[in-house]
Design a protein around this ligand. Structure first.
Ligand SMILES: [Zn+2]
Length: 233
């Protein structure tokens, strides 16, 4: 099951100066604040036992996604599409929606000190793994993948370029799916905020998916806007 959040508001995107200023607030990460990814995180069992998830409104794919509508899924790193909304991908494919998967970065910073995986090899391996995962999900033939090739770990600093890329890719009736604007990883937050902001500007439907939030948040966590979240069974 995945939970997706539909929010109509966006927050200000940190620019370099704002990030530097924010860093003076003790104990908070300069970009993600108190949404820090550390330790083992909240267990799958804890989430599954939380009745609040069952109470969420169910997203009805056939009503919210007209089959002819193109769905553009933004993954900050190759794998976020599967971790965030693998089940939704399958349901959209079954519903007949054309799907475009956009890898914002190629995830080359995932093993920074590795003697085995260089940035050059990760630049090839991680997109290949995404293709394999789409094959396992049975949707590979219905998904067109694109790569924006922004620098992994630094999406906030490339938001203007990102916005320009969106203007070239997005069509008037597209539905956008992106990471939660407060997901806790700087690239995930940057991707969520740039895409959500673009969607608001262009009056497009936009859904945000939780990925790292499952790790740092607790059931019922007030930092997640559960009142506008929906579940996908
Ligand atoms: Zn990621």
């Amino acid at each position: 099951m995945a939970t997706i959040v539909s929010i109509n508001t966006t927050k200000l995107i940190p620019k370099d100066d704002a990030v530097a200023n924010a860093a003076i607030f003790e104990g908070n990460h300069p970009i993600v604040g108190d949404r820090v990814i550390e330790g083992d995180g909240t267990s799958q069992e804890a989430w599954q036992n939380w009745v609040g998830l069952q109470d969420l409104t169910q997203l009805e794919i056939t009503k919210s996604f007209t089959p002819y509508q193109r769905v553009c899924i933004f993954a900050p790193h190759p794998d976020d599409e599967v971790l965030g909304c693998g089940g939704l991908l399958q349901q959209l494919a079954a519903n007949g929606n054309p799907i475009v998967l956009i890898h914002v970065t190629n995830g080359t910073q995932s093993h920074p000190n590795s003697q085995i995986y260089s940035q050059e090899s990760l630049n090839i391996i991680r997109p290949q793994e995404s293709v394999k995962a789409l094959e396992v999900l049975g949707v590979a033939n219905q998904v067109t993948t694109m790569a924006l090739n922004l620098a992994d770990g630094n999406v906030f600093a490339q938001q203007d370029q990102f916005h320009q890329e969106l203007s070239a890719i997005i069509q008037p009736e597209d539905i956008l799916i992106t990471t939660f604007i407060n997901d806790g990883h700087p690239d995930h937050e940057a991707t969520g905020q740039v895409v959500a902001s673009f969607a608001k500007q262009q009056h497009l439907a936009c859904y945000q998916v939780l990925i790292w939030a499952w790790h740092w948040a607790k059931p019922g966590d007030s930092r997640i806007p559960w009142h506008c979240a929906m579940r996908v069974n």
